[in-house]
Write a protein that binds this ligand. Structure first.
Ligand code: ADP
Ligand code: MG
Length: 686
């Protein structure tokens, strides 16, 4: 049964090698992938218009008969135009297609067709321009005269192609099993899985489309909430090693710092230390803007753990971040004679000495290392601790839900689980964090250290671009470095939007040919990215052009200018995060926002970056300003990645949470819920 779903797309009619490669770029490799590739939006072309009533500028569908159709060459350009005259019982209209001469072979006088497209004036006459056409016949329409799916596409695939493919594999939906418990479906009035998948692509009507969307969103949220509820349940039953608070040493630690802690830092540290003293596992999120000083706070916890003879693991998303954490923590804890190690793929250190994996693993196991810092992959390796009591996780989605489970097995304890502290620079409004994660404890550092210089932020109009470039040149000449963020990777991704690759070429050839420029984007390999970031950190390059992948939290004190292209395309909280990557050294820093459109709502929204006092205020504004299409958080860490569910689906999040709890409650045998999870995974994540 299932085998049909795992069939490669290349076996589906009309898919050649090129198309298969293009589909793969979208993550589509099998029939199942096609079915689960949801449209990003829909267009309602189900209303059939009377030709006589068409207004210019409207996108409409007509049902008409072809009266005349033929090809000719345009006079000026050598394009082939296909012209037709079509009519219904209300009137007739001219239709024009560009460079699709084959249409005359498909449509001939007398054929009855649906035409969907935009009507506009050509000199005097209203005409339909490049409409999508489908013959009126027995089969269902796919492209016209219905609510049509619109998929997000890249790399030369067309909507028509994808619709055709999905339509042709749709019969395979019948081998997809329902996996939600029957009573959940009933109680929450959900559409069945097969019906939902059929309707999401080719909805019969708005109501069914809505129900399909709801059901498929519910799946994602339910799966997520099931994992959260399950780990919460495990946590409620688990014990942790209580860590006594060593007041004297902690005071000494604070007194030795070259600065005074902010009130928020003190409060957060106090909350964390309080959690550690308990014999139930800490589950706390430490939120704070980039540069707000989270590391010091975490180090105070590590100090107390080390003083009680136990170990801490610190996990960072990248090697560079791991190295930076290691440097900081080493400086802070060495005066107390604790050994700090670094374990990443390419670097192994113990104290100030180069080390190797074998030595580090051995010393961790025998308890000679107090704090080990590494990348997240670290925990997938054969690391064994002698006495792990605290895990600090930086910038990780889903706040360590999975990590704790893995670490528990390696902690050297059978009966207790490590305390967990997640840190993020993503300012997640408390309400949002709580609705997603339930009873997660949260500490927030809002206040930046006093002596921090404000980053000067400016909105730059297209007319001022040249002036801004002069300014950047001057900054580089005085020794500073510059980040340039672009919304896209390839120019082909979307017309008119600055892409990293084209900006890189343009800037290095035309604008900043005197300087060294490098480029960074998410399609690069991890190692390549690390190298480019490393070179920038070492000041080997002066300008770094990047997509939003540029790592959160990396400290490049010499970078003083942050340029953001297409600023209107980013959420405020994310813009704020980009800005946080400058202003980390002693130099006055700048953030210049370029925006391609000048409409008042856009500038009003961006203006908030000049006035809001911190990332949290901006995150709240994001929630408020966010239009239906805008994504919030998809590119930021700290949020689960959903395909269709949105963080604004608050009501549905609540229902999914309730359903997940009910399911777990009904069946407190955890093994069964794991198998339910596997079933869900099988359907949605394979
Ligand atoms: P985060 O991880 O929150 O982005 P860090 O912990 O890396 O921030 O701190 C950023 C910088 O600010 C570090 O150089 C740190 O030494 C410094 N710092 C931290 N707390 C203070 C403070 N209270 N006053 C002044 N500087 C501070
Ligand atoms: Mg940090």
């Amino acid at each position: 049964m299932d085998s049909k779903l795992t069939v490669s797309v290349s076996q589906v009619g009309r898919v050649g090698k090129t198309t298969a490669t293009r589909l793969k770029k979208l993550g589509i490799e099998t029939v199942r992938d096609l079915i689960f590739y949801y449209p990003s939006r829909w267009q309602d072309l189900s209303q059939i218009s009377q030709i006589a009533k068409i207004q210019p500028g409207e996108t409409i569908t007509v049902r008409a008969r072809i009266n005349l159709i033929n090809n000719r060459r345009s006079r000026l350009k050598k394009k082939i135009l296909t012209e037709a005259l079509v009519s219904d019982n209300s009137g007739s209209i001219r239709v024009i297609w560009f460079n699709q001469s084959f249409i005359t072979k498909v449509l001939e006088p007398g054929t009855e067709v649906y035409l969907s497209g935009k009507a506009d004036y050509d000199r005097y006459d209203l005409q339909l321009i490049n409409p999508v056409y489908e013959k009126v016949g027995s089969a269902d329409t796919v492209h016209t005269a219905r609510i049509i799916p619109i998929y997000s596409l890249t790399s030369n695939l067309t909507q028509k192609q994808l619709r055709f493919l999905i339509k042709s594999v749709l019969p395979q939906i019948k081998s997809i099993e329902e996996f939600l418990p029957v009573d959940v479906i009933k109680r929450y009035g959900l559409l069945g899985i097969q019906e939902s998948l059929a309707q999401i692509h080719f909805p019969e009507n708005k109501n069914l489309l809505h129900q399909a969307i709801t059901r498929l969103k519910f799946d994602e949220l339910f799966l997520f909430q099931l994992q959260i509820a399950k780990s919460r349940l495990e946590l409620d039953r688990a014990a942790a090693e209580p860590i006594p608070f060593n007041e004297t040493a902690t005071k000494n630690f604070v007194a030795e710092l070259p600065f005074v802690l902010t009130a928020d830092q003190k409060k957060a540290a106090w909350q964390i230390i309080g959690d550690l003293e308990k014999s139930r596992p800490m589950n706390r999120l430490l939120e704070g803007d980039v540069g707000s000083g989270k590391t010091i706070v975490a180090a105070m916890a590590m100090l107390n753990v080390a003083l009680s003879g136990k170990q801490t693991v610190v996990m960072a998303p990248t090697e560079i971040l791991a190295s930076q954490h290691y440097q900081t923590i080493k400086l802070l804890l060495e005066p107390f004679n604790f050994r700090v190690g670094l374990l990443t793929r390419s670097h192994q250190y113990l104290g100030n000495e180069k080390s190797n994996k074998k030595e580090l693993l051995n010393k961790l196991k025998t308890g000679q290392i107090a704090v080990i810092v590494g990348t997240h992959t670290l925990i997938q390796e054969a690391v064994d601790f002698s006495d792990l009591a605290l895990a600090v996780i930086d910038e990780q989605h889903r706040f360590g839900v999975d990590q704790r489970r893995i670490l528990t097995e390696k902690s050297g304890h059978k009966k207790t689980v490590p305390h967990l502290l997640s840190m993020t620079a993503t300012p997640i409004p408390r309400s949002l964090a709580l609705s997603l994660y339930g009873d997660l404890d949260i500490s927030i550092i809002r206040e930046l250290p006093k002596e921090r210089k404000q980053v000067i932020t400016k909105l730059i109009s297209p007319a001022d671009r040249a002036g801004a470039y002069d300014f950047i040149s001057q900054q580089i000449k005085t020794g500073r470095q510059v980040f340039i963020i672009c919304p896209l990777i390839d120019p082909s991704d979307k017309l008119g939007v600055k892409s990293v690759t084209s900006e890189f070429v343009r800037l290095s050839q035309e604008v900043f040919s005197d300087f060294t420029i490098s480029m960074l984007h998410g399609k690069m390999k991890g190692e390549e990215k690390e190298k480019i970031m490393g070179d920038f950190l070492a000041q080997k390059t002066q300008i770094l052009v990047s997509t939003s992948v540029i790592e959160v939290g990396v400290d490049v004190p010499n970078a003083a200018v942050m340029i953001i292209e297409g600023a209107q395309r980013f959420g405020l909280a994310q813009l704020h995060q980009f800005r946080g990557r400058v202003g980390r050294g002693q130099h006055q820093s700048y953030c210049l926002l370029f925006s391609e459109n000048n409409n008042p709502t856009t500038s009003q929204r961006l203006q908030a970056l000049l006035t809001a006092k911190d990332g949290f205020e901006l995150a709240e504004l994001d929630l408020k300003f966010r239009g239906p299409g805008e994504i919030y958080g998809r590119m930021q860490s700290g949020f689960p990645e959903f395909k269709i569910a949105k963080l604004t689906d608050q009501a549905l999040i609540g229902l999914a949470k309730q359903a997940a709890r009910e399911v777990l409650q009904q069946d407190l045998n955890l093994d069964d819920s794991i198998s339910l999870k596997n079933k869900l995974k099988k359907v949605h994540l394979e």
